[in-house]
Design a protein around this ligand. Structure first.
Ligand SMILES: Cc1ncc(COP(=O)(O)O)c(C=O)c1O
Length: 392
């Protein structure tokens, strides 16, 4: 009898091995086959295993577990970007008639989402300075359902008054959402301080290599977790397995990278503060930082990998600076292994009038620096030379 012909489209058996791979496998499958309808029913009923990648997949689950470990969370949710994490939190927790209070220097797209998009859905929003709890309290309304803050502001590197904001949120019964992208759980763990929800742009320091766009959400309350996860899945904000795989690999070195980058940032900020061509440097643990004492007590005594600097010159000096620092990527991101420079006046804050930028202290000579893991002496040599080139 001749053999039944095989089809190339049918699955082949995965070769068995008594040894196991040391690297997390990448599973790109969009769908998962079940043995029979009873098994599929049971799987949906207790949300076990995987059925369809938009609903969850192993690479997202592995990544979520690792970030959960860092944040002291359980049941973390991975999304397709930092912005989709923020979007899923809003979609999962808010309804028309609610009010959201946000820090007035949140990430630009978060500000846009709050000021332009949420109002279209009947959700009220307002912004206030998170370094000033009196201003935050004054912005509270009877229907305030949520407070959203970043611990360190972008790009002015101000440190929010987190103890007072946590107390305010608890007092008024609002959910406190902390975008922990800048600080990372190595500097600040929001759940340890009383926050209800944590979000991350995993794209940045956690993944660390500028090759994956992802977000993360942790919610303390299991019912909120379910609501946020439903929003993530229903609105299709979910992540690609490959991005999750890359980010999980990036996480292996996160603690080492972040510690090295923090050391480098402190050294570089101090060196630049004394360099001709630099008007001021803003780094949380420097004694001249406006929130110095708060920064030291909140951020584990260290200042993170981000600082900002203002050149004495304007746009012309800014152009000369990026050209002279040609080995340092002038790119609007943060948290890469390599140092990057961003210029808010021509990127994140280009939509503001010069007056509005001026009120925030963002001039044409203002740069945000995301410090990487290069050799500190090399960074100091490159960046001090670039600053000096703006006045020579
Ligand atoms: C603090 C903060 N939150 C959220 C985001 C959005 O993240 P993503 O670009 O991954 O959507 C960013 C991006 O720069 C950010 O800096």
């Amino acid at each position: 009898m001749s053999e039944i012909p095989k089809s190339l489209v049918r699955r082949t058996e995965w070769p068995t091995s008594v040894s196991r791979p040391v690297v997390t496998p990448l599973q790109p499958s969009v769908v998962y086959a079940s043995p029979d309808p009873d098994a599929l029913d049971a799987q949906y009923a207790d949300a076990s295993g995987f059925t369809y990648a938009r609903e969850g997949h192993p690479n997202a689950a592995v990544l979520a577990q690792k970030i959960d470990m860092l944040e002291g969370a359980t049941g973390g949710i991975i999304t397709g970007s930092g912005m989709s994490a923020i979007g899923a939190v809003f979609l999962g927790c808010l309804k028309a008639g609610d009010h959201v209070l946000g820090g007035d220097q949140l990430y630009g797209r978060t500000l846009r989402l709050m000021t332009q998009d949420l109002p279209k859905f009947g959700i009220e929003t307002s912004l206030a300075d998170p370094t000033d709890v009196v201003a935050m309290r004054a912005a509270v309304r009877p229907n305030t359902k949520m407070i959203v803050v970043e611990v360190v502001s972008n790009p002015t590197i101000r440190v929010a008054d987190m103890p007072a904001i946590v107390a305010l949120a608890h007092e008024i019964g609002a959910l406190l959402v902390v975008d922990n992208t800048f600080t990372t759980p190595r500097s600040y763990r929001p759940f340890d301080h009383g926050a209800d929800i944590i979000v991350h742009s995993v794209t940045k320091l956690l993944a660390g290599h500028s090759d994956a766009t992802l977000g993360y959400i942790a919610a303390r309350d299991p019912d909120l977790r379910t609501a946020i996860n439903d929003a993530n899945v229903t609105w299709g904000l979910t992540p690609s397995p490959f991005d999750c795989w890359l980010a999980e690999r990036g996480l292996h070195s996160f603690e080492l990278r972040f510690d090295r980058a923090q050391d480098n940032a402190a050294k570089l900020a101090n060196a630049l503060a004394q360099t001709k061509g630099v008007k001021r440097v803003i780094y949380p643990t420097r004694p001249d930082h406006p929130d110095h004492n708060r920064a030291v007590s909140l951020l584990n005594g260290r200042g993170g990998n981000m600082f900002s600097l203002e050149l004495t010159g304007g746009r012309e000096a800014a152009n000369a600076f990026t050209r002279a620092a040609s080995e340092i990527a002038f790119a609007p991101t943060l948290g890469d292994v390599g140092t990057t420079l961003s210029h808010p006046a021509s990127s994140s804050h280009r939509g503001l009038t010069p007056e509005a930028r001026g009120a925030l202290g963002i001039s044409e000579g203002f740069f945000r620096v995301s410090v990487g893991i290069e050799d500190a002496d090399l960074l100091i040599a490159e960046m001090t030379a670039a600053a000096q080139a703006t006045v020579s």
